[in-house]
Design a protein around this ligand. Structure first.
Ligand code: NAD
Length: 448
């Protein structure tokens, strides 16, 4: 029987939650919804797929299906017009077996507890996949930050940080940027936490500005990791990067940096989709012009040297490498059936539904999954945290070199596991990561 939680639940789940839960055999958690395409359900079905490969460790697998700790906070702020607004914020620590929690903070109107749970769980898997000494965590506020003034954004960030301050810290849980959060927001978070403890704790967040203990190479690290894993996968597929056609959904921090590196390596950017529209140019975008338009407008729509097409037609574009780097649940089975690429690089977290994974596999399309593909960001966040502790900072070349090595080694181990068991790279990544997580769980034992 599902465990019943009757404490005040956030409005997002509305009524009918217990009926929903009675039907929810996958999760047994009473705060998740019925939508089986939700990110948390996607994560749970990914865990189910790895169980046969965990041997005796599988007895601990329930650990993976429950967040260790989830905090819901009310974030009230005074608006510039004198009114008071309340926002709902979350911080979820999915698993701390291997070290402090690590994971970004997202500001988006669609953020829910369930989404944050899934994102925190993927962080657990991701950190273990690249063997960083971290558990997984994630945070978020349900807000459209574009509707706030800079001062309102700062007040909201500071109040949120103060509210989650009881569970974060350099040795406990270290937030970082995610969708719609950036180095300035990390600076406010670091300052607020520091004021509350009466010191300066640079290691409480990563992705900070360089003057405040940030790391060189952090901003582009996730995109660089996407490029490195893509380069290795393309090599194994005998797909030359020179002339390869790439299509990118989401030209932000991740997709934009990855696109630049692929173009530098000789690839052609033939399609871009972002929140402002979908553009194609089979001859290739001029990446410098495209980046300038993005910087100026915050969206690709006004880039001139490309044809605008229907958003849904993005999934039909003729390309060799597809990079979903925007939001979750983008590749549905119907879209997966239309993809022309030979290789999908998951820059975003959770962009592919499990049923779409099956469609892509049946069609012989290789997917490098998020939990390894976009691990470059957290890897350089780890470098930043280490540099903050030692107060000794590395050069950008050193950082990029170490990042490259970690990503290549991690992908090789995952690839060997996939070959050995004849499983997908996603299940292999989960196998490598979950083994590490559950060994830590077993060696620590249960308290009391
Ligand atoms: P970002 O805010 O910098 O960029 C998001 C991009 O997605 C923008 O180009 C935006 O226009 C586009 N987008 C938004 N809604 C869209 C829609 N409905 N259709 C098409 N495009 C849309 O965010 P980011 O940091 O690049 O993160 C993108 C993804 O990568 C997220 O899933 C995030 O969790 C994941 N990720 C980010 C990092 C990181 O270091 N930033 C690390 C790992 C994973």
């Amino acid at each position: 029987m599902p465990r019943r939680v009757t404490s005040a639940l956030p409005n997002q789940f509305g009524c009918g939650i217990h009926n929903t839960l009675a039907r929810s055999t996958m999760s047994q958690l009473s705060y998740v919804g019925a939508d089986t395409s939700s990110p948390w359900h996607t994560y749970l079905s990914q865990v189910d797929r790895v169980l046969p490969y965990l041997g005796p460790l599988a007895r601990w697998s329930e650990t993976l299906k429950r967040p260790k700790r989830a905090l819901i906070v009310d974030v009230p702020i005074e608006m510039d017009d004198g009114s008071v607004a309340h926002f709902e914020g979350y911080r979820v620590q999915h698993n701390l077996s291997r070290g402090p929690g690590k994971g970004g903070v997202r500001y988006h109107p669609d953020v829910t507890l369930e989404e944050v749970m899934a994102l925190s769980a993927w962080m657990t898997v991701k950190c273990a996949a690249v063997n960083l000494p971290y558990g997984g965590a994630k945070g978020g506020i349900r807000v459209d930050p574009k509707k706030l003034s800079l001062k309102e954004l700062e007040r909201m960030t500071r109040r949120y940080t103060s509210e989650i301050g009881i569970i974060i810290g350099p040795q406990q849980d270290i937030p970082a940027p995610d969708v719609n959060t950036n180095a300035q927001i990390m600076a406010w978070m670091m300052d607020t936490y520091s004021m509350n403890i009466g010191g300066t704790a640079t290691g409480v967040v990563t992705g900070k500005p360089l003057h405040l203990g940030g790391s060189l190479g952090r901003v582009k690290a996730t995109g660089r990791g996407v490029f490195v894993t893509g380069r290795e996968a393309a090599r194994r597929l005998n797909l030359p990067l020179e002339g390869a056609r790439i299509a990118v959904q989401g030209m932000g921090n991740v997709g934009g940096a990855a696109a630049e590196l692929f173009v530098q390596a000789g690839a052609r950017l033939v399609a871009v989709q972002d929140h402002t529209g979908t553009l194609v140019n089979p001859n290739g975008f001029d990446i410098a012009d495209a980046m300038a338009v993005l910087k100026r407008d915050g969206g690709i729509a006004n880039y001139r040297e490309a044809e605008r097409i229907e958003d849904e037609a993005f999934w039909d574009v003729d390309c060799d490498i597809l990079i979903p780097a925007a939001l979750e649940s983008q590749l549905t089975p119907a879209r997966a059936a239309r993809v022309k690429a030979k290789l999908v690089l998951e820059g975003a977290n959770g962009p592919t539904l499990p049923a779409a994974d099956d469609v892509l596999a049946e069609r012989g399309i290789l997917v490098v999954p998020d939990v390894i593909c976009n691990a470059g960001g957290v890897t350089v966040s780890y470098f930043e945290w280490v540099q903050d502790f030692s107060s000794f900072f590395w050069s950008e070349d050193e950082i990029n070199l170490r990042l490259d090595r970690i990503m290549v080694d991690a992908l090789k181990k995952i690839w060997d596991t996939a070959d050995r068991h004849r499983i997908s790279l996603r299940t292999a990544t989960f196998a490598v990561a979950c083994e590490r997580i559950l060994i830590a769980r077993e060696e620590r034992g249960l308290y009391p």
